[in-house]
Design a protein around this ligand. Structure first.
Ligand SMILES: [Zn+2]
Length: 168
């Protein structure tokens, strides 16, 4: 289902060590909506710290071989003000804005994960940082609506219908 045959070669980011941590960094200019890389990994029904949820019971788990493109998502970090989003029609990661070489490739984990298997405290320092990243299930309605254009299909239907959201 993850069709990578044509686009596997499109990878405009590399894993680099930044301030002691590994990150995905752009290695060229990338225009808004252009493909940065295509999600690859092993399908599993069990989420992990590094998996990306692509359907209600499907998660993409990275390999742990640094030379394999299926390992890239291991380094695909979260930001509350991310540089990319996932296009679920072709599982491509695309630029949210024009990107310069050397920028970190990040996405908002709340756009794919219903309930994070490893919730964490965010240090992205963006103006709208949510601090506690726990998954879509825990987002207030205002945040859900803000993320609507980038939401994974399995979360879109739950914006209003899921009773877990708090009033705000
Ligand atoms: Zn944040």
């Amino acid at each position: 289902m993850v069709n990578v045959s044509i686009q596997a070669a499109i990878t405009k980011a590399r894993v680099r060590r930044v301030n002691g941590a590994y990150a995905l960094i752009t290695d060229c200019r990338i225009a808004r909506d252009e493909v940065v890389f295509v999600l690859q990994g092993e399908l599993t029904n069990r989420p992990s710290k590094y998996s990306i949820q692509i359907d209600e019971h499907k998660h993409l788990e990275p390999l742990h071989d640094p030379h394999d493109l299926k390992s890239l998502i291991h380094f695909f970090n979260h930001s509350c003000d991310p540089s990319t989003y996932i296009n679920f029609e072709d599982f491509s990661v695309r630029a949210l804005r024009n990107l310069e070489p050397g920028e970190e490739v990040t996405f908002n984990y709340n756009t794919t994960e219903y309930e994070m298997s490893n919730p964490f405290k965010c240090h992205c320092d963006s103006e709208n940082c949510l601090i506690e990243i726990r998954g879509f299930k825990y987002l207030p309605l205002s945040e859900r609506i803000k993320l609507a254009p980038q939401l994974a299909p399995h979360l879109r239907g739950g914006i209003l219908t899921d009773e877990k959201h708090e009033q705000d």
